[in-house]
Design a protein around this ligand. Structure first.
Ligand code: ADP
Ligand code: NI
Length: 217
């Protein structure tokens, strides 16, 4: 099977798997990450096919969408095994997805350039205008308020608390995670894109507070 046919079939598989998720792991997230990953891969001379496949599949194994992370990963591996023949390539794509699914709080560093590219692309989708939109969608889905000046940001490394969505606000998520991401970028081009999106978020926050406090000072 040629690469573009495998990609087309993987697109259908991912659309089917992610279905109607509205908490940030929808098909369009995977589609954007795949496109961004391919763009970074070309500039950083990484394997575009491996990056595209890993990016397309990176959320299919997510623990939020499966009975367990292990079952999610098995599902992805069996999809790859029935579509690819190169064991080394399958293992490479799986390694990227496995390492990514251990994010949240201080995961292991990516071992290969392709892994670094896909991780950068996923992080970029949490930044900028798209990242702002996703944060508010996610917060709404979890019943978190947009903002509460009396609730201060928490330490994200406290994994348990981080996953406790009942506390905290959408605006706090910028300080707990999003504004730290540009310092974690792996590739030069990914970092450049992250810096643009970071600055846009700072601009957004500045306007947010200005409007929130309109007339009160
Ligand atoms: P991914 O798997 O793509 O890295 P996550 O599952 O961590 O993303 O989050 C999906 C989206 O929801 C992201 O845009 C992220 O910033 C946002 N999000 C995650 N956790 C929170 C939170 N506690 N509060 C608000 N938004 C969140
Ligand atoms: Ni993702």
């Amino acid at each position: 099977m040629n690469e573009s046919l495998i990609i087309a079939q993987t697109e259908d598989f991912v659309k089917d798997q992610l279905g109607q998720d509205t908490t940030g792991h929808d098909w369009w997230h995977s589609d954007r990450v795949r496109n961004t990953a391919a763009e970074i891969a070309k500039i950083e001379s990484a394997d575009v096919f491996v990056c595209t496949m890993a990016a397309l599949l990176h959320d299919v194994a997510d623990e939020k969408l499966n009975p367990s992370k292990e079952e999610g990963l098995l599902k992805v591996r069996s999809w790859l095994s029935s579509n690819l023949t190169d064991e080394q390539q399958i293992n490479h794509i799986m390694m990227i997805i496995e390492t990514m699914s251990f994010s949240g709080g201080g995961g292991e560093p990516m071992q290969t350039l392709e892994g670094q590219v896909v991780q950068d692309a996923d992080r970029l989708d949490a930044l900028g205008a798209i990242g702002i939109a996703r944060t508010f969608i996610f917060s709404g889905a979890k019943g978190r308020p947009a903002y509460d000046p009396e609730v201060s940001p928490r330490d994200e490394s406290l994994q348990k608390e981080y996953r406790d969505y009942s506390k905290g606000t959408a605006i706090n998520h910028f300080y707990e995670k999003l504004l730290k991401l540009k310092f974690l970028m792996n590739t030069t081009y990914g970092r450049k894109l992250a810096e643009e999106r970071h600055d846009f978020m700072l601009n957004f926050l500045e306007h947010f507070y200005k409007e929130w406090n309109q007339g009160s000072q």
